[in-house]
Design a protein around this ligand. Structure first.
Ligand SMILES: Nc1ncnc2c1ncn2[C@@H]1O[C@H](COP(=O)(O)OP(=O)(O)OP(=O)(O)O)[C@@H](O)[C@H]1O
Ligand SMILES: [Zn+2]
Ligand SMILES: [Zn+2]
Length: 793
């Protein structure tokens, strides 16, 4: 259970001069006095607590892991995102530093069933693994516990482990080695070789595994030598490297174009003023935003400060790493999910102790413990992955703003397709708007052609995913030995219905939002107002019976490609082919080395890739995102199509883009075809204004979930009543409704969304809900509060 308040503990005399705010300690907690991990968030003399005060048991850290800044940030975050403070403190640290708890069973009385005895055969203490244990045995164990024959203990394992390796050191003088060698039989080859090596080793040391490899000997030989006192073994801490320095060629700053210069001058000036300032760098695809980031970051370093750069997880490609590590060398720390826990911990430590001055990472890297930050860069700022979907539900941009204020530094938000919220703020002058409107070397943006699949499918077999136009363009590039990127849009896979003849997507009569298919209830539902109707047999628009779930798979397309172009070398990139660690990078590397002609993938190939030989981009299905019942559907579609189109024709060869769609008239597609972000912005702002959506309104989403549908529904209506009474009449509540995927893991989800402009009482009302949610949790009802949710359904 969450206990979201600080507790008072006594500092035992032995820790008196050592304990500091920001350290982790282990303390007894609750009636059982089991040990748990806690954070020291304040020190005070005397106390105003009337009960008996427990003592701190031990210190987990010898120096604080939380800084003054991170504690202040956590407090703000808890308030800002309606989260528990403890979750916010934990999010500041790498996962390896979060305590993990184990249950341990201890046999106290031998008179137990044979099965139980067997369980304890290797040791009287066993770590209980509830997932792996046979349920029948578990039942017996629990019975034995009730009768007092077994006791249950909670253990905290601090996984703050450093990686240790064994190194070999000399133990004898050169002279003694000579004597040993003379004693040795000549056919003791391994020992002879080892002795020769040790004589040469002198004062240095070598890792044991390396020595074994080098001499082709086993650890038994080393053991033997150790017993003869020839050598010493010692465990030393080894840094787990996130990247190999030697893999990167150092690069020097590029001569900037005049457009880039105009932009960087503004950023540099603001850095010289040491004032908090937010820039929106809107630059078309291939306009050289990365070089601007790098030179601005270099400026921060020159001023003796540090630099923090965020990129979406999926864009943390070998190319991006090459760019940054190439420029800043060993100053760079990388933080992303491709690293092991240990690697991330070691990178975090390098940042904390000031050895890494540049941090590049995905969302959670925004909490990197850099001191004296001079600049924060957020690339692809429109990306939804910057928002965390579990508590604390923070948006990295909001955290970045807080840190920019704390450090009085610059924040640069960059994108070819900024989020509407960001672009609107630039409009109002909240952010300074910087614009790169042309590609490097004045290369044109690629020509985009929309293919109307309502007509195309009639010409060819209904089941084929390639129009004749796309096929002939692919054939042409294959002949010219140029490269092709094909994207299959999988978002919203099979979740909505569309007519194959007229392109009609079923809409809600009350909202301008498409209905979502619910297979469990066999109906179409609106997730905004609750409207529900039967799944139609015929298209309500044209009467055709060719209406279907929309969706296709990468594997099916790959097969088709092989049939159409048997000689083409295809790389497929989707969740299946990238599940294994490092595969994502590997596939991109192969493509970059021209070991394939076609890169076929899902959304994950849309951004950041910069390959000069790619001259054709094909989008197989542009529509799935449009069909989603979310008011951001048009924005996401426009962003995705513009981003993926931007992969074509980035160097000296002209690019071409083919987009297959059932909705060629839709403004998101028409404007993506022109790659005209500015016009899209104006148009979409109009739509948002008319329908009362962000950025014209703020939003909060409240979700209630439970194993029993009734409980979740009852709770959300109760919250609805409470919230309603505290809101002014100007605000709107959408719902309550079940969520689009109402049941996940047998948990039922209900939600409501509050739209408001100004609500003085809302904050207090939401905090009350949060505090009460601890009680709800005991009854199996989970409540979540999400400020500015990016997912409405
Ligand atoms: N001043 C420059 N002189 C020469 N080449 C440059 C310069 N600036 C950038 N480039 C090159 O131009 C290409 C495009 O730049 P970059 O990848 O930074 O674009 P981008 O704006 O980030 O695009 P996207 O939004 O599509 O990722 C890169 O290959 C980069 O090396
Ligand atoms: Zn129709
Ligand atoms: Zn509706």
């Amino acid at each position: 259970m969450q206990t979201d308040k600080p507790f008072v503990y006594q500092i035992p005399p032995k820790f008196e001069d050592m304990i500091q705010v920001g350290m982790r300690v282990s303390v007894p907690f609750g009636n059982g006095n089991r040990l748990i991990q806690g954070f020291v968030i304040g020190l005070k003399a005397g106390n105003d607590f009337s009960g008996k005060i427990k003592e701190i048991k031990s210190l987990i850290d010898v120096e604080p892991v939380l800084t003054e800044e991170s504690i202040a940030l956590a407090k703000w975050l808890a308030h800002e995102t309606y989260s528990f403070l403890i979750s916010c403190l934990q999010v500041m640290l790498p996962s390896a530093m979060r305590a993990k708890y184990y249950k341990q069973l201890v046999l106290v009385d031998d008179a137990v069933d044979p099965a139980v005895k067997e369980y304890f055969s290797s040791s009287k203490k066993q770590i209980l693994n509830e997932d792996k244990i046979d349920p029948a045995l578990l039942k017996q164990l629990m019975a034995a516990r009730t009768s007092g024959k077994i006791s249950l203990e909670y253990l905290m394992k601090d996984s703050l482990v450093e990686k240790k390796v064994q190194v070999i050191l000399n133990n004898l003088t050169a002279k003694s080695y000579k004597i040993e060698k003379d004693k040795l039989r000549a056919n003791a080859l391994n020992l002879n070789r080892l002795l020769d090596y040790l004589i040469k080793l002198g004062d240095s040391a070598i890792e044991q595994t390396m020595l074994e490899q080098k001499l082709g000997i086993t650890s038994a030989v080393i053991k033997n030598a150790e017993s003869k006192n020839w050598l010493k073994r010692k465990a030393i801490v080894k840094r787990r490297a996130a990247y190999k320095q030697s893999d990167f060629v150092r690069t020097t700053p590029k001569e900037l174009t005049s457009a880039q210069k105009d932009v960087i001058v503004k950023i540099n000036n603001s850095m010289d003023e040491n004032k908090e300032k937010i820039f929106l760098l809107e630059g078309v695809t291939g306009s050289g935003k990365t070089e601007v980031y790098l030179q601005a970051m270099a400026k921060a370093l020159k001023k003796g400060k540090t630099a923090l750069m965020l990129v979406p997880e999926i864009a943390l490609t070998p190319q991006m790493v090459k760019n940054v590590v190439g420029r800043f060398g060993s100053n760079v720390a990388l933080l992303h999910s491709g690293l092991s826990e240990g690697e991330r911990l070691d990178e975090w430590r390098r940042i904390q102790n000031g050895r890494a001055k540049v941090v590049v990472g995905a969302r959670s890297a925004i909490f990197a413990p850099l001191k004296k930050i001079g600049i924060i860069v957020i690339d692809e700022e429109h990306e939804a992955s910057y928002k965390q979907e579990k508590m604390p539900r923070y948006h990295a941009i909001e955290v970045a703003k807080w840190r920019a204020r704390y450090h009085n530094c610059s924040l640069v938000l960059g994108s070819a397709t900024p989020s509407l919220e960001s672009r609107a703020r630039a409009q109002k002058g909240v952010y300074e708007w910087l614009h790169l409107s042309e590609r490097i070397n004045k290369m044109p943006l690629p020509e985009v052609e929309l293919i109307d699949m309502r007509k195309a499918t009639k010409k060819i077999d209904d089941n084929v995913d390639f129009s004749t136009e796309l096929r002939s363009e692919i054939a042409l590039r294959l002949k010219r030995k140029e490269q092709i990127i094909l994207m299959l849009n999988r978002r919203g896979y099979s979740s909505f219905m569309m007519c194959r003849d007229c392109g009609e997507v079923l809409l809600c009569p009350n909202c301008d939002i498409s209905l979502t298919l619910h297979l469990d209830s066999r109906s179409m539902k609106c997730h905004y107002c609750g409207h529900e109707e039967k799944i139609p047999q015929k298209c309500p628009n044209c009467g055709s019976n060719k209406i279907r779930y929309y969706g296709t798979g990468t594997q099916k397309v790959e097969q088709e490609l092989q049939n159409l172009f048997p000689k083409a070398r295809v790389l497929r990139m989707d969740v299946d082919t990238t599940r294994r660690k490092g595969m994502h990078a590997k596939i991109l590397k192969q493509f970059g080395e021209k070991k394939a002609d076609i890169l076929l993938g899902t959304q994950m190939i849309a951004k950041g890739l910069d390959y000069p030989d790619v001259t054709l981009v094909g989008v197989l299905n542009a529509d799935t995102a449009l069909g989603l019942a979310d008011f951001r559907a048009s924005e996401r579609t426009f962003q995705l199509l513009t981003q993926v189109s931007g992969r074509a024709g980035r160097a000296d060869k002209e690019g071409k883009v083919i987009i297959q769609t059932f909705n060629p008239e839709h403004y998101a597609l028409q404007l993506a075809k022109k790659q005209d972000y500015e016009r899209f912005f104006v148009r979409e702002m109009n739509v948002r204004h008319q329908n009362g959506y962000p950025p014209y309104f703020y939003t909060v989403q409240i979700t209630a979930s439970a194993k029993e549908e009734g409980l979740a529904a009852k709770k959300i209506y109760q919250i609805y009543a409470e919230i309603k009474s505290s809101l002014s009449t100007k605000s709107i509540i959408l719902g309550p409704t079940p969520k689009a995927i109402m049941r996940i893991n047998n948990q039922f989800y209900y939600q409501l969304i509050i739209k408001y402009k100004k609500e003085l009482n809302l904050d207090a009302a939401l905090n009350t809900i949060l505090q009460k949610s601890q009680k709800d949790e005991r009854q199996g009802i989970l409540i979540s509060i999400d400020k500015e949710p990016l997912n409405f359904i």
